[in-house]
Design a protein around this ligand. Structure first.
Ligand code: ADP
Ligand code: MG
Length: 446
């Protein structure tokens, strides 16, 4: 078979399979396979993970033999390269797996500081905290699943572990597992390698509460996603509790519709950027925890200049305390400025207010401000209102609750819905994209 023929043979094989599988199965398993090299002796394929190789041999061994070059022993002459393993080659014989990622302890220990007691509440996180507490107190009987999403360093992992601590203390008999998505994938790979997948399935399916951190890492890992989804369904069907964190809401994750729908079943809660007062309270709490006194003025100074990530606030505090200790200086605003330098952000422009956004949107869309803030459901007005809400959430450093009240008392979920909807629409609607760019430019030039 000539190289060219081997290539043709591979595409004929694909066509053959495509006609015989459902489109989702084809998309999940076959489409991600890349043909790397085809010679008359051998075909090299890149697969996203070892499952795909297993799948091929389990389901299409006969076809592989019929269509593709064979080895002397009659087995298909295929060489697999696993993309995840940085192109480390593995032996072609199924099903003996070559070493994959090193085994990693799946269990994420709960961080002892990440409890509800150490979580400072404010308008930005009240809703999500009470949802987390509700779940911890009534495992499997309140919101299921609970899906917590929000930006980096805003306390998602903290809340997840807080649920874990609470359950451990108050419901000692419940079987709990807290794991990162990476940890889940590694365990899965490890168990496949050791042929102990049934044991793993049994373990996961016997839990009472599963806490999963950073589900965004399941994106583009199709076969792991399927196993995760099965675990998920089996737990939910038995009323077992699931809590998931993510950096994006379910609808914005690149996951299957099935998975997204499952995650939207229960309650989706958003952790927002804390407002100034909450940031100050967090700083004071962390300083107490570390046993040093932080003057209120300095706390305000730091909170004003570091505003979109609580982890950074904590980092600033550590740096400031180390600096003052080493230099033997009392903590003051001046010392904060000196020691924090590059960590400090520009105080956001006060010019962009909801009022200005309303003016700009009203002008661009030809509607009246009172209509935007009113309750008219006319298509044009409702759309302009959603655009204004989108811009407010993007540009004004206020909690959703406060923003909602600037729109004539709309709820925080109305705002969030508008933000998501417009955010998605911008991706495909060029005219809207331009209108929003124009509004942004008007606002920034004020
Ligand atoms: P995420 O998982 O959202 O990236 P983390 O949960 O890791 O963020 O939080 C980052 C740091 O900020 C942690 O040290 C956490 O304790 C702290 N933190 C975040 N929000 C709060 C809060 N509301 N109160 C106290 N600490 C918080
Ligand atoms: Mg986290």
């Amino acid at each position: 078979m000539l190289a060219h023929h081997a290539e043709v043979a591979w595409s004929q094989f694909l066509e053959f399979i495509q006609e015989r599988t459902s489109s989702s199965e084809y998309e999940n398993w076959i489409a991600p396979i890349k043909l790397l090299k085809a010679t008359d002796q051998e075909i090299s394929l890149e697969v996203p993970n070892i499952f795909v190789r297993e799948y091929l041999f389990e389901n299409y061994k006969r076809e592989l033999i019929n269509f593709l070059p064979k080895r002397e022993d009659g087995e298909p002459a295929l060489l697999f390269v696993i993309a995840e393993q940085k192109r480390q080659e593995i032996s072609p014989e199924p099903p003996s797996f070559s070493p994959v990622q090193s085994s990693e302890q799946p269990e994420v220990k709960l961080n002892p500081w990440y409890t509800f007691d150490h979580f400072i509440e404010g308008p930005s996180n009240q809703f999500v905290k009470s949802a987390a507490l509700g779940v911890a107190a009534r495992v499997g009987r309140s919101y299921n699943p609970l899906f917590i999403h929000g930006g980096v360093g805003l306390g998602k992992t903290h809340l997840l572990h807080a649920i874990g601590h609470y359950v451990r203390t108050h419901h000692k008999k419940l079987r709990i597992q807290c794991i990162t998505t990476e940890g889940f994938i590694n365990t899965l790979v490890e168990n496949l390698r050791n042929k102990s997948i049934d044991k793993m399935k049994h373990f996961y399916r016997s839990l009472d509460i599963l806490l999963v951190d950073d589900i965004q890492f399941l994106q583009n890992r199709l076969n792991f996603e399927e196993e995760f989804c099965n675990t998920f369904e089996s737990l939910i069907n038995q009323n077992k509790q699931i809590v998931i964190t993510s950096d994006k809401p379910p609808g914005q994750l690149k996951l299957s519709e099935r998975m997204i729908a499952r995650m939207e079943w229960g309650l989706v809660a958003h952790v927002e950027i804390p407002d100034l007062e909450t940031r100050v309270a967090i700083l004071q709490h962390k300083a107490d925890q570390k046993g040093f006194r932080l003057p209120q003025k300095v706390a305000f100074f730091i909170a004003e200049h570091i505003y979109n990530n609580v982890r950074q606030l904590e980092g600033a505090l550590n740096r400031l305390s180390a600096y003052s200790r080493l230099m033997g200086l009392d903590i003051s605003e001046e010392i904060a400025q000196k020691s924090l330098g590059g960590l400090l952000q520009k105080v956001p422009s006060q010019k962009i207010s909801v009022e200005n956004i309303l003016k700009s949107v009203a002008a661009i869309f030809g509607v009246r401000i009172p209509d935007i803030c009113g309750s008219s459901r006319t298509k044009e007005i409702a759309f302009a209102r959603q655009v204004a809400m989108y811009l407010a959430k993007e540009l004004v450093n206020e909690s959703l609750m406060k923003l909602g009240s600037s729109f004539g008392g709309k709820t925080h979920s109305t705002l969030l819905h508008a933000w998501k909807k417009i955010g998605n629409q911008i991706e495909t609607d060029d005219q809207l994209k331009q209108q929003i760019q124009m509004a942004r430019k008007n606002l920034e030039d004020v």
